[in-house]
Write a protein that binds this ligand. Sequence first.
Ligand code: ZN
Length: 252
Amino acid sequence: MIKYPSSIDEMIDKYKDLLSISDEPINLGCTLIDQPNQADIRWDSSSKTWFLRFNANVPMFALVHELGHIYFARKKSKYVYFACYRNDPEIDDRLYPLLNNLLDCFINYNLTLFNEIYHLYQAIVFEYLDQIEIFKEHIIHTKVPIVLLSWYILFFIDHNYLIKKQERAIRSNEMTQLRFYLKKQILQSSSEVDELILNTFTEKIKNFDNIKAINDPKTILNFFIDVLQATTLWDKSTLKKQVILSYPKIQL
Ligand SMILES: [Zn+2]
């Protein structure tokens, strides 16, 4: 049995309660992840149990975020495929970081409606701003445009729609700087994404604000397609097929 801090058990129970998912069987720390700050969740259909894996030093918000996938799938959209990513050899791997981060924005929006969770979320967002120089180096050394675009989605939505207005005003300089570095690195690392494409991509992401509270999976998946199409890396019919493979049983 791998050891993990016993206090995590209690905290997980507390947040399961808060999210009204106490009846969900979750097996904790069955395998510890070696990447720092990481957690993930998967459904095991044979044992009908969720497996929540995490690094021993994981921030509490990362764990609550994984619970948020179950909460969102069950309570908001009643759509189980929002709880964990579907593996299929026909799914284009490059889509994973983008689809994952788009979905995460909806999970985080729903979690931040709980005051008890908002402060955990805010701490993580501000940590990136506190360590902006370190993260800037990390951005500069990342040469994969898809990964950079997926970070851009998260930061754009964190900064503009999830962090409370008064807090946004205090940290707006650093937020703008962080997104500036990201944009610059996307343009430098990609031969396909130019400034015009990045601007259209940003405009499409802004639609999040209009649909963030929606419970309908179809609207959410069409939003994913719309944003991804703006990258020009895939055409609409390819994206539609890929999104159906990733999130099946929805008539798009
Ligand atoms: Zn997630």
